[in-house]
Design a protein around this ligand. Structure first.
Ligand SMILES: Cc1ncc(C[n+]2csc(CCOP(=O)(O)OP(=O)(O)O)c2C)c(N)n1
Length: 551
């Protein structure tokens, strides 16, 4: 016989768990006690469950295995909700362990009681409340399987506090392997036939190709068939943007000429992407429900393929295996494929160019991003919060297919700093650069305390334009000159960073950019750089003056 909490730790260990992010709570004291005897599991103490959850999401993105976060009932769980949503939007495997009220209190409106199935039923892939300790091994094995299978996503294991203290003789259940479906040779024949009939094919690559095997297969298939590659929202890092086959990044603000150029395609291969509204530029490329050209959609989930977009060929196999199989075959090229690829490439490059300029009201943030880009090696991990400052990162970073990029597909502010700290923990030997706005950095940011506690060394670069700039941009476009609820009063971010034990630096003049960036990168510890950035240069694509129709 053993205590349920100890059995739970054994089950987690069997699943390969080596790190749990948490904010402690009295609702799962037994689990915390069991973790004290589990040195192989790194228990990372955080300061807010939102940040802890975002760290776990980042860990899941980097490792491909479920990230794990443990939170207390009620308020602990409402705080972590942002990460559950992010994992669902980004298809990241995530396991949330939740302490629950004792079983005899359940359903009686007890202190901090929530019915998690009702609350998260539509965004979690599974919610299991374990009332019988002997079923813990079965639930853990199913949770890990569910989080990874098909479209990866969040699952919740709810643990009544008294159950965790029960004695049980149950044994650990070994991990359930996730079935990998390979394409049949008949599938590949059908795809080759479509490719040979097309003159202007485009491959749209998505997040299921993020791991090394996926990237290699993508590059090989693109090369083998001379396929231009467009990258899905927040997946710009998957393919070398300097390749002549680079066909563009399908994020926000893709200008009309680029969408028009892509729309000339006479075949779309969408591989490892769910074809979201942003990637498809509002369900226009490819159009939903009926694409304007034949669509080959490859994604390992039958609930995705053929659902929102009608697919001419739908394959629910492994996207990397599909591309490997495709790369191993030849296809006859029809038409002038070189001219087609180079046309797309030129439009994509024109849009991605940006030249920093002197600005009347602060530093052009593009100058800072360009300087960092020039000095940061390809093995760097880049995290971005949500906001306009990231437009320069998408424009100016030399995405060569090797970087790891952690961005919020779900658009949540607050991911940048916790993402960077989790990335440092997972890859301490790699440089980690976080870009955040003065709005987003304070949505979380307390993870700097965790960074200092665990020896993480993120370089946090803040675009301090005194505004929730993204919303200000929308305001200027829809209600020019009418500013409402978007101005910000900020602390001294360099001093704020120093108060945690980080190196705090400030850039208030363009002439300081090179020296400050060099000092930040050379520092062997966490760094906060407060860039007094121009609000006039509100994004890489426009200025406030232009939005107001001035000049
Ligand atoms: C959690 C959350 N709350 C609100 C929003 C809406 N929102 C999107 S961007 C943004 C402003 C971001 O401002 P800042 O971090 O200063 O970056 P900037 O746009 O100025 O570069 C807001 C409020 C969001 N995406 N996420």
């Amino acid at each position: 016989m053993h205590r349920a909490a100890d059995l739970l730790v054994d089950c987690l260990t069997a699943q390969g768990v080596d790190r749990i992010f948490c904010v402690p709570g009295e609702s799962y004291l037994e689990l915390l006690d069991a973790l004290a005897d589990a040195p192989a599991i790194d228990t990372v103490v955080c300061r807010h469950e939102g940040g802890a959850g975002m760290m776990a999401v980042t860990d899941g993105k980097i490792t491909g295995r479920p990230g794990v976060v443990a939170v207390s009932r009620g308020p602990g769980t409402t705080n972590v909700a942002i990460a559950i949503h992010l994992a669902q939007q980004d298809a990241v495997p995530l396991v949330v362990l939740i302490g629950q009220v004792a079983r005899h209190e359940r359903g009686r409106r007890a202190f901090q009681e929530i019915d998690y199935t009702s609350m998260f039923g539509t965004i979690a892939k599974g919610v299991w409340e374990v009332n019988d300790a002997s079923r813990l091994p079965e639930v853990v094995a199913r949770a890990w399987h569910t989080a990874r299978a098909g479209t990866p996503g969040p699952v919740l294991i709810v643990l009544p506090e008294d159950m965790l203290g029960d004695q049980t003789a149950a044994a650990v259940v070994a991990p359930h392997p996730v079935v990998r479906a390979d394409p049949s040779s008949a599938d590949i024949d059908a795809v080759i036939a479509r490719l040979e009939a097309a003159e202007r094919p485009v491959l749209i690559a998505g997040g299921m190709l993020s791991d090394a095997a996926g990237r290699v297969a993508l590059a090989r298939a693109a090369e083998a068939h001379r396929l231009p590659v467009a990258l899905a929202f927040k997946r710009q890092e998957l393919f070398d943007n300097a390749s002549p086959l680079y066909g563009g990044y399908l994020g926000y603000n893709v200008p009309k000429p680029q969408v028009d150029a892509l729309a000339e395609a006479d075949l779309v291969l969408a591989v490892g992407t769910r074809l979201s509204d942003i990637t498809t530029q509002g369900y226009r490329f490819p159009a939903a429900p009926n694409p304007d050209q034949p669509l080959i959609h490859v994604y390992p989930d039958p609930a995705v393929v053929g659902s929102i977009h009608r697919a001419t060929i739908g394959l629910t196999c492994d996207p990397a295996a599909f591309l490997e199989a495709l790369a191993a075959r030849n296809s006859a090229v029809r038409g002038d494929r070189k001219a087609w690829a180079s046309g797309l490439n030129q439009v994509a490059r024109r849009w991605a160019s940006y030249q920093a300029q002197p600005r009347p009201d602060g530093v052009d943030f593009g100058a800072v991003v360009a300087e960092l880009a020039a000095r940061t090696p390809s093995d760097a991990i880049i995290t971005t919060d949500a906001g306009n400052f990231s437009s320069w990162v998408h424009c100016l970073w030399p995405w060569d297919g090797k970087h790891t990029f952690i961005g919020a597909v779900g658009g949540a502010m607050g991911l940048g700093v916790p993402g960077a700290v989790a990335a440092c923990l997972r890859a301490p030997e790699r440089p980690v650069i976080c870009f955040a706005g003065d709005g987003g950095v304070m949505m979380t940011g307390n993870e700097l305390a965790t960074a200092v506690a665990v020896g993480a060394k993120p370089k946090i670069i803040i675009s301090n334009n005194g505004s929730y700039g993204t919303i200000r941009l929308h305001q200027e476009r829809d209600h020019p000159g009418r500013i409402s609820a978007t101005d910000l009063t900020n602390p001294d971010f360099a001093a704020w960073g120093r108060s945690f034990g980080a190196l705090g630096l400030t850039v208030s003049d363009p002439g300081q950019v090179a020296d400050v960036v060099a000092e930040a990168l050379a520092h062997d510890g966490p760094v906060v750089v407060d860039v007094k950035s121009s609000l006039e240069a509100i994004s890489a694509y426009t200025t406030i003056s232009k939005l107001r129709g001035e000049g």
